[in-house]
Design a protein around this ligand. Sequence first.
Ligand code: 5GP
Ligand code: MG
Length: 172
Amino acid sequence: MQRLVEPAEIQNRVRTLGQQLSQTYHDQPLTVLGVLTGSMLFMADLVREITVPHRMGVVHASSYRGKSTVGGELRVGMDLLPDIRGRDVLVIDDIFDTGRTLERLVQALDAYHPRSIKTAVLLLKEGRSMVSFNPDYFCFRIPDVFVIGYGLDYNDDYRHLPFIGSLEPHEI
Ligand code: 5GP
Ligand code: MG
């Protein structure tokens, strides 16, 4: 395993993003919406750096299956979605790879009549996008490698690691 982003770098960048969001969403009905399961750690740290009042909620999306590192069929679940009508929604995900997950989610969330929808990701994978938009906010740009840690898994392991690492081909 190779370490790509250290905990202190994550902390610094998340703090800066939190400050930026606190200004942007000042006096707005913000709902931070985390995409389970990968965004749990990022979301928990980010909301504590957003100093303006806001609500939290979660939705579910998954595309990876078991030991595969390529996306399978995308499934989204809205069962846990709080009421977002008239609210400014910030969707939080771990990584923007092809962008299909966030594209699908933003489309689906639109039906619940939020006032606005923006997206923020921890990682932006280079040269992979297959959609016509970019996330509104991201923390780190990374090369096209398979990453784990700080919420991201391989076959459900590694999510708890406080750093971001990449797995070598022989490890996957
Ligand atoms: P997208 O729909 O943008 O292609 O993929 C987004 C989802 O795929 C992320 O939420 C994440 O669950 C998964 N994903 C994409 N790249 C990686 C990666 O390098 N490592 C891990 N663990 N998950 C990834
Ligand atoms: Mg995910």
